[in-house]
Design a protein around this ligand. Structure first.
Ligand code: DOR
Ligand code: ZN
Length: 429
């Protein structure tokens, strides 16, 4: 295709503080012109496809730095292709896969294999390498060869790294390589049953649950080490108000620390477990309204600088097991933008530009990905969405459908996802 023109669309590009009506021209995969609509010199004849931007927003393609595509090892839940399809449907043009696969990307050969297959998809798929061999928390991987093979960061997500000396050494190595270390912060010593908050929810169900101290304890340890070593550290899927406050404090002290919030942690509380059962079971668990509001405050002031889905597919059979046995996690790619609009923008907590910044610009910057901005001459990675359109959640491109948001009415619908100048998803209904 020679080119795509997007005519008279509201462009939100947080990096350049842009929020204005423009015409955009895409050709040969790149953004070749962005003109103010009122002064545009772009002509429809220059493109063989014209998208009418009336009522729509164009923003940099979304970036999700926390997805589980289960490939290799658990492809009955998801695989790289279905994961990529779900990502495109959610407006994502870049994703970072976590390493709790079998085998894990704990050496350059295993990592090269997944990245090679990921390269066949039409969105940009990156991967972390694991911090420890086999995610066992015992022996460090070789950060340098993983980086050379393409790892954009290190993470044992799904598991905490309990050994303090080991994680400190990982921070030092990762800093040398210029990549972040991303952490799943849950100390099992505080957990009787994972995935369900110790408190109201665990009492109602009659189980021990997962105490908030599991997170607070580890976040405290690791932020201190981040400051000491100067490493770039990401607190993944933050869930407690105390952890948010700790990140705020260490950012103020100058540590290179960052945090993710998931759409479920800023939308739901532990009460969801009573309503949706195992579909609201995740690690770390949904917590209290006070925690949810602290997460929103953190997103507002930038303490939490990234929204990431923790897209964690599991089958119906797996999720159908008794709640203490069912695996933790929910899918998230196809509902993330709409939950951001519905729970954050519509409620007046974030501006649309702040939402895009947390869903694209900053995650790209933290992981050094070339994404997160719309500018002339850069690859055309763009999400186009209708911020007003309301829809009922049902039917997913993902191989799994473990979502508590099924049948929810959400606002904000992805119309086109464009990656590298190619339309990789469209929904013109
Ligand atoms: O709930 C979760 N599920 N949290 C994680 O950190 C891992 C994920 C998974 O892999 O299923
Ligand atoms: Zn995790």
């Amino acid at each position: 295709m020679a080119g795509i023109m997007i005519r008279n669309i509201r462009l939100i590009n947080p990096e350049s503080h842009t929020d204005e009506y423009v015409d955009i021209l895409i050709s040969k995969g790149e953004i070749t012109a962005v003109d103010l609509h009122s002064k545009s010199t772009i002509r429809e004849i220059q493109a063989d496809m014209v998208i009418n931007g009336r009522g729509l927003i164009a923003a940099p393609g979304l970036v999700d730095v926390h997805v589980h595509f289960r490939d290799p090892g658990f492809t009955h839940k998801e695989d790289i292709h279905t994961g990529a399809t779900a990502a495109a449907a959610g407006g994502f043009t870049s994703v970072v896969m976590m390493g709790n696969t079998d085998p894990a990307p704990d050496n350059d050969k295993a990592l090269t294999d997944v990245l090679k297959r990921a390269g066949n998809e039409n969105i940009r798929i990156y991967s972390v390498g694991t911090v420890t061999k086999g995610l066992k928390g015992e022996e460090l991987t070789d950060a340098s060869s993983l980086k050379a093979a393409g790892a954009v960061g290190l993470s044992d997500d799904g598991k905490p790294v309990l050994n303090e000396a080991l994680i400190k050494e990982a921070f030092v190595k990762a800093k040398e390589e210029g990549i972040p270390v991303s952490l799943h912060e849950e100390d099992p010593d505080f957990i009787e049953d994972n995935g369900i908050n110790k408190g109201y929810a665990s009492k109602k169900i009659g189980i021990g649950g997962s105490d908030r101290s599991a997170e607070i304890f580890m976040v405290k340890r690791d932020l201190k080490l981040a400051l000491e070593t100067g490493a770039r550290v990401v607190i993944q899927h933050i869930s407690t108000k105390e952890a948010v406050e700790l990140v705020r404090k260490y950012k103020a002290l100058g540590a290179d620390v960052h945090a993710e919030a998931t759409p479920h942690h800023f939308t739901l509380t532990e009460e969801a477990v009573l309503k949706y059962g195992s579909l609201a079971k995740m690690n770390p668990p949904l917590r209290t309204e006070e925690d949810r509001m602290a997460i929103i405050e953190g997103l507002k002031d930038g303490t939490i600088d990234m929204i990431a889905t923790d897209h964690a597919p599991h089958t119906k059979e797996e999720k159908g097991m008794p709640i203490t046995e069912a695996p933790s996690g929910i899918i998230g790619l196809e509902t993330s933008l709409a939950l951001g609009i519905t729970s954050l923008v519509d409620k007046g907590f974030l501006t649309m530009s702040q939402l895009i910044e947390r869903m694209s610009t900053t995650p790209a910057a933290v992981y050094n990905l070339s994404a997160g901005s719309i500018k002339m001459g850069s690859p055309a990675d763009i999400v186009i969405f209708d911020p007003e359109d309301e829809w009922i959640v049902s039917g997913f491109a993902s191989k799994s459908d473990n979502s508590p948001f099924i049948n929810w009415r959400l606002k904000g619908k992805v119309r086109y996802t464009i990656c590298n100048g190619e339309i990789v998803y469209r929904n013109e209904d």
